[in-house]
Write a protein that binds this ligand. Sequence first.
Ligand SMILES: N[C@H](CCC[C@H](N)C(=O)O)C(=O)O
Length: 287
Amino acid sequence: MNLRFTKMQGAGNDFVVLDATAAPLALTTAQLRRLGDRRFGVGCDQILVIERSERADVDFRYRIFNGASGEEVEHCGNGARCFVRYVAEKGLSDKRSIKVETVNALLELQLREDGRVRVDMGAPVFELARVPFDGTGLSPRIENGFELWPLEGLAQAEFAVLSMGNPHAVQRVAEVDTHPVAEQGPLIEAHRRFPRKVNAGFLQIVSRREVKLRVFERDAGETLACGTGACAAVVAGIRLGLLDEAVEVHTRGGDLRIEWAGLSQGLDAPVLMTGPAQTVFEGEITL
Ligand SMILES: N[C@H](CCC[C@H](N)C(=O)O)C(=O)O
């Protein structure tokens, strides 16, 4: 099969974008992993497949697959921004704001005048069973009314546990640049308390409006940026009383702006993310 693709990146998180708006595309897990492979394929953190939605009030459906595993996942923040950029560049819609359905969410995405993309990432989910997280027998520490959980085998840390459609465990660290992310990341990602594994966030608070973040992503390892991870980390920081409602997040691949009014408007307030999204090259691969 000859497959045309568009390679894109959002703050260094990189994607292979496949356009299935004209004809359906069904790839096997092996083909998805080949696309994601940085030696034997194109190479990317995630693969995004864009389809027309069957729902009258929704413009598109977009599916996300982790490149290393070929597994479908629920949400991808940097991917959502690249999706909007792709739709605009390919003229797939003349709207400035488009409605997009994912496997478990309905998103409103906007392309701004300054070329950055603003995404309504939906509301965070704190119900542990929906993360999912099994806290049975554990005693969380409560800070500012928000639970911080211990994890067996990671005694030196405590975690904010929440979902942005995909699962996140966020810990506060003194200095992200020197923190042992490569050692701790896999232990958190595969921890038995997360039945569907988890994205592991490492958050350094610089001020109430500025943070530094590294994320060891589920089924991807450390990426240069994680959009849903940035949302989860800022929401956790706000709930802990450490951050204001609008925060600049410095990741290794670039800067994201995250806004959440959850304390003033209610915890079901949407998380808004603004950041870069660029096309790197177009290509064709024979699978
Ligand atoms: N690895 C993530 C999916 C991609 C998330 C990340 N790339 C983002 O920008 O949100 C997971 O398995 O939940």
